[in-house]
Design a binder for this molecule. Structure first.
Ligand SMILES: *Cc1c(COP(=O)(O)O)cnc(C)c1O
Length: 394
């Protein structure tokens, strides 16, 4: 069949460029020590930053949620799938991130990918009166959301507030939307949110903040990047995801109640999909208790100590560490092939670290992306540091 041959040729090209991706089968709960395809590994690749993905209290809450609500929601939120558990979760989330917003309301989504599609398609009017200004290192879901919104889309250079200022000044759109990751997912650095917010307030633009990697991990109470920087504004539209630090799944948008009502009425990625199982929302109530309580604080303190240990211990010469103070700690190698060789060599030693290639990162900046978690011990991190220091020299 000619159509299959076409696909085979395209897959062959990926293979030649060392760009074929493969999945491994994990046979145990998400944790530093995992069983993968029959092997015991020490993993540094999940986004389970607080170690909550297999927490007994959250697992018990999920079981309780199944007892109360069954397994499926049965319909979209606007038909009959919106349960008491979803409503409670949204109230709790609005209270949790509320101090950083004005008249906050929250909306729960099945995934962060869909939340980002919803925010950008929901806020943009869809004609020539809207314009989206997107940070160059933004996550793929924000790029896709911009495309789906069918409005003018401009990309500003990484962390370049002056360039964005010039672009906003030149724009005649009546709805301006600036959108950025807060913690960049492949680099680990923080966006200059205070400067971006000042700019957005001056230009009367929305500031959409995707805090997928900040929610739960940064800010004194784990409320994320807005808390970390002490920001509060009606111009902020906050996206937090709940499958990373929160250890369960889904995501939420929190913003002024009028923004949320607009998304409910207008955002197709919210309207035309089955609501997530209510048991997930019920489990997330337990996760929020932990994140916002003393245990969450302890877990964040331990995570920060591991980050400091990493920064002190890594001695790279050819490869490059990024200036990241978060749980995301990339080592830039450059070439796809050398990166995948390094990942394979670590894997041989029982260390599982993701190799990241284009198009996830710009060409020529392939990297190992090590992620630290509060469930790692200091000796785990020491083992990876020693292996990397050794591997770079070999
Ligand atoms: C993971 C991620 C998302 C998507 O969230 P999911 O809940 O996994 O769909 C969105 N934005 C960023 C920056 C992410 O890292």
């Amino acid at each position: 069949m000619e159509l299959l041959k076409q696909l085979d040729r395209q897959l062959g090209l990926l293979q030649e460029k060392s760009l074929i991706r493969r999945r491994r089968n994990v046979e145990s709960p998400c944790a530093p020590r995992v069983r993968v395809d029959g092997r015991d590994m020490l993993a540094f690749c999940s986004n389970d930053y607080l170690g909550l993905a297999a927490h007994p209290k959250i697992a018990a809450a999920m079981k309780e949620g199944v007892e109360k609500y069954g397994t499926g929601s049965g319909a979209s939120h606007l038909i009959s799938g919106h349960s008491r558990a979803h409503a409670e979760l949204e109230e709790r989330l609005a209270d949790f991130v509320g101090p950083n917003l004005v008249e906050a309301r929250a909306l729960y989504f099945c995934t962060g990918y869909m939340a980002n599609l919803a925010v950008l398609t929901g806020l943009a009017v869809g004609d020539k009166n809207s314009e989206i200004f997107s940070e160059s290192l933004n996550h793929a879901s924000l790029i896709d959301g911009g495309r789906l919104s069918r409005t003018s889309l401009k990309v500003y250079p990484h962390a370049d507030v002056a360039a964005l200022d010039a672009m906003l000044t030149a724009s005649s759109a009546s709805t301006k939307i600036v959108v950025t990751d807060s913690v960049f997912s492949m680099d680990g650095d923080l966006a200059p949110l205070p400067e971006l917010l000042a700019l957005c307030e001056r230009h009367q633009a929305w500031l959409v903040v995707d805090d997928a990697h900040g929610f739960g991990t940064v800010g004194e109470n784990g409320r994320g990047a807005l808390e970390h920087f002490g920001l509060r504004s009606p111009y902020l539209v906050y996206v937090g995801t709940l499958g990373k630090a929160a250890g369960v799944g889904g995501a939420f948008v929190a913003a002024h109640a009028t923004v949320i009502e607009t998304l409910i009425q207008r955002a197709r990625p919210y309207i035309f999909t089955t609501a997530a199982p209510p048991a997930l929302a019920h489990a997330l109530l337990a996760s929020l208790d932990i994140i916002g309580g003393p245990e969450g604080r302890e877990r964040r303190a331990h995570l920060n100590a591991l980050v400091a240990q990493w920064q002190d211990g890594l001695r790279l010469q050819r490869w490059q560490r990024m200036p990241s103070s978060t749980a995301i700690q990339p080592v830039i190698i450059g070439g796809n092939e050398e990166t995948m060789r390094a990942a394979a060599a670590l894997y041989e030693q029982g260390l599982w670290v993701g190799g990241i290639r284009p198009p996830t990162v710009p060409a020529g900046t392939a990297r190992l992306r090590a992620t630290l978690s509060a469930s790692h011990e200091a000796r785990d991190v020491a083992q990876l540091i020693a292996a990397l220091n050794e591997l770079e020299r070999s």
